[in-house]
Unconditional design. Structure first.
Length: 141
C-alpha cells in the first residue's frame, strides 16, 4: 500500500493488535482501540496492565491491523516502533472515545477513570502493508 492507502486503511479500523515484549521475552499481544492525535497513533489503557509494565521496561513494540474474510480480500498494516508515554491522558482518552464511541460527554465517572489510565504515543520506525485485492488474478481464456 502507498502511505496514503496505509493511512486510509488505518483510519477505517477501530482496533490494533499491540505487541509488547513480556518479561520472559515472549510477545504479549492485546487488542486496543486507538486514535490519531496530531498525526500520531495513540491509545490508552490501565496503568497496571501487562502491556504497560512491558512497555515501561522495554519500549519497543509492534502493532497490527488487518481486515478481509477471504484470501483475495486480505489486507493489513504491520508496524514496528517504540512507545512514548504522554501526560496528556485526558486528550488521548477523549480522542480514543470520540473515534470509537462518539462525542465525549463530560462526566465525573470518565474523569475518575482517567486517573487509572496511561496514554501512549506509538512512534513507528518500520511499516509493512499488504492488500490482496491488488493481486493479479489469472483469468480463463
Amino acid at each position: 500500500m502507498t502511505p496514503a492507502e496505509v493511512h486510509a486503511f488505518l483510519s477505517a479500523q477501530r482496533t490494533l493488535i499491540v505487541g509488547s515484549v513480556g518479561l520472559s521475552g515472549v510477545p504479549h499481544l492485546a487488542p486496543m482501540w486507538f486514535a490519531f492525535l496530531d498525526g500520531n497513533i495513540v491509545f490508552c489503557t490501565d496503568r497496571k496492565s501487562q502491556k504497560i509494565a512491558n512497555l515501561r521496561r522495554e519500549p519497543r513494540m509492534s502493532v497490527l491491523a488487518e481486515a478481509g474474510e477471504t484470501y483475495g480480500e486480505l489486507r493489513g498494516v504491520f508496524m514496528e516502533g517504540v512507545a512514548e508515554f504522554t501526560d496528556d491522558v485526558p486528550r488521548v482518552v477523549d480522542a480514543v472515545v470520540a473515534r470509537n464511541i462518539g462525542p465525549v460527554e463530560e462526566s465525573g465517572q470518565l474523569r475518575r477513570a482517567m486517573a487509572k489510565r496511561v496514554a501512549v504515543i506509538f512512534r513507528p520506525s518500520k511499516v509493512a502493508s499488504w492488500d490482496h485485492r491488488k493481486m493479479l488474478v489469472p483469468t480463463e481464456s
